[in-house]
Every structure is written in structure tokens, then in C-alpha cells.
Design a protein. Sequence first.
Length: 113
Amino acid sequence: MPDIHHPCWSPRTATPPTSGKHTAWLLGVDPHAERPSACLPLPEGSTLLLYTDGLIERRGESIDHGMTRLRQHAAALVGQDLDELMNGLVAGARDDIALLALRLSRPGDGGSP
């Protein structure tokens, strides 16, 4: 089974909160296949990014370098609102990208992104 999940990490700490890799077939390959699941606690104010490989893969560049680039870029944008964060992450991209962001509000934020 191919490893298609990128590691989870927090822009605040720039370190992965989990040590294990999750593997699963791409969505749609086998609609009846059982898929692994995981549960990670997200602190208030956290931002969860779901993205396709176009955000981190570049020709002639290792995937590790792409992940480092994303971690550094996201850490630099962590204080921005979601629109600015997402626009900043995809700026200059040369590949197709799907990016979904969710930010957990903090008490007193009024639920603002």
C-alpha cells in the first residue's frame, strides 16, 4: 500500500505531533476499502491544513525539502487570517493545488477566522 499521507505538524512548534505514518490508498481507488483513522487533539487557535501534493512537490526537489519549505512558509504566515495564509501558501505555485484550512477559534474570538 503506498504512503500517501504527509506528516502532521504544527506551524507553532514546527515539529510533528505524531511519530507514526498513516498509509491508505488514494480516495476513489477502492470505495469499499477500509481506511485507517486517527484522532489528534488540536489546541484552541490551531489551524488545520489539508492539501494535495502540488503544494509541496517540485521537480528535482526531495519531498523532505518540500515539507521543510511548507513548514517554514506556514510558520511565517501563522499570524495571518485564513485568506492571507492560504494565498501566501499557494503564491507562485506551478502545479494544481487543493488547499482547505480550518482554524479553531479561541474563547472571545467570536468565531472569526
